[in-house]
Design a protein around this ligand. Structure first.
Ligand SMILES: NC(=O)C1=CN([C@@H]2O[C@H](COP(=O)(O)OP(=O)(O)OC[C@H]3O[C@@H](n4cnc5c(N)ncnc54)[C@H](OP(=O)(O)O)[C@@H]3O)[C@@H](O)[C@H]2O)C=CC1
Ligand SMILES: O=C(CO)COP(=O)(O)O
Length: 342
């Protein structure tokens, strides 16, 4: 039986552990000290109450101080912490890594310090002797934690420069209900994972402003997808990535039922960022920082003559102004609609 370690027992880490456990993979689910309560709960009930799913016998739970033990006999390391924790978590696991390991991440975001994608953050946080040797795989696409944990039909995409590593991950994940395709465009998949969260906030905003109307949301779905394709292309990725599972697919799922959408709806209804986060009890909403760091990334591309934000990403521009320059939501959506640039 193959054995993997899942680093981070948040909802996504736990959901992937449950999926793999049901797929006859031995899973060591390791949590940080803040995950202690959820680990204890799972230990006593063998169930994840939020995900409403049971843990199979092949899942073992490990607490913060048991990291070394949790690494034993594992080849695939799944990183499922949020973007703000990824660099420090990579440093924490570094002492236990070797060249045989494959790191797969589901974290969605852009790093603030260097504007790296999550895979680049992981690569740069590796001990020097392992850089370029440990292969890194991104699992992108529309994979809501509660649905994969409950074996609903799901399709994702494994992106990596190393095809053998992708095949290894596919073998462990794929099942009658889960299908993961292959992409070599890891940077494109990373950018989609980060930017779709921002665009899902815009979809939430129009829903908050107009009610659950289809015309405005359909417009932003299509326009947001094209903007994502423009962004990926400017970064030397493929437009198809943005128009496929990693882009449109993930954008749709997040705009339908994600936390980013909920946050956007609250903004559309007149709440401030702080009020919205308060109502959402500070759940993970990756689109907020993705907008900030994504905007810095686009500004950098613009300064290199590779992008024009006003022409190629006018919706994203308005979102940045809403979140970071206090532009009223209705004014921003109106100026987007009145814009004749597109
Ligand atoms: N939920 C979903 O359906 C999906 C989520 N994702 C992505 O997976 C990532 C995790 O999301 P999700 O599981 O939903 O969120 P949760 O809020 O449930 O979990 C976040 C995880 O990150 C850890 N974490 C947060 N901050 C830090 C830090 N500073 N240092 C170390 N660890 C930290 C948390 O630990 P702690 O509990 O101790 O704070 C927890 O294990 C996100 O990037 C998200 O976009 C991807 C696909 C689907
Ligand atoms: O990324 C997701 C599904 O692929 C989940 O989106 P949220 O973080 O908005 O809940």
């Amino acid at each position: 039986m193959e054995k993997v370690i899942v680093v981070g027992a948040g909802v996504m880490g736990s959901a992937l552990a449950i999926h793999l456990g049901n797929n006859q993979v031995a899973v060591n689910l390791w949590g940080t000290k803040w995950d202690e309560k959820v680990l204890k709960d799972m230990e006593s009930t063998r169930r994840h109450s939020k995900l409403e799913a049971n843990l199979s016998e092949s899942i073992s739970l490990f607490y913060e101080e048991q990291l070394e033990e949790a690494f034993e006999e594992t080849k695939l390391i799944i990183i499922a912490v949020s973007s703000k924790g990824i660099e420090s978590i990579c440093k924490t696991i570094s002492p236990y890594l070797n060249e045989e390991h494959i790191i797969l991440s589901v974290t969605k975001g852009i790093d603030e310090d260097n504007l790296y994608t999550m895979s680049n953050v992981i690569e740069n946080a590796l001990p020097e002797e392992l850089r370029g040797k440990v292969s890194i795989v991104k699992l992108g696409g529309p994979i809501r934690a509660n649905e994969i944990a409950n074996a609903k039909y799901t399709e994702g995409v494994f992106a990596s420069k190393n095809i053998e590593s992708v095949k290894y991950a596919q073998k462990l994940f794929n099942s009658s209900k889960f299908k993961g395709g292959i992409s070599a465009d890891i940077e494109g998949v990373e950018l989609c994972a980060a930017f779709k969260n921002a665009y899902a906030i815009t979809m939430g905003i129009v829903e908050g402003l107009e009610g659950d109307m289809d015309n405005p949301k359909a417009a932003l779905m299509a326009r947001g997808a094209v903007e994502m394709a423009n962004i990926v292309e400017a970064y030397n990725g493929s437009r198809e990535t943005a128009l496929g599972i990693a882009g449109v697919g993930d954008y749709y799922v997040t705009a339908q039922g994600g936390r980013n959408r909920t946050f956007g709806v609250l903004l559309g209804k007149g709440k401030t960022k702080a009020q919205a986060m308060d109502i959402m009890e500070n759940q993970t909403v990756e689109g907020i920082t993705a907008t900030y760091n994504g905007y810095k990334l686009l500004k950098k591309l613009e300064s290199q003559g590779k992008f024009n934000i006003r022409e190629k990403a006018p919706l994203f521009q308005e979102l940045y102004w809403i979140l970071y320059e206090g532009k009223p939501v209705e004014e921003a959506i109106n100026s987007y609609w009145e814009s004749k640039d597109i």
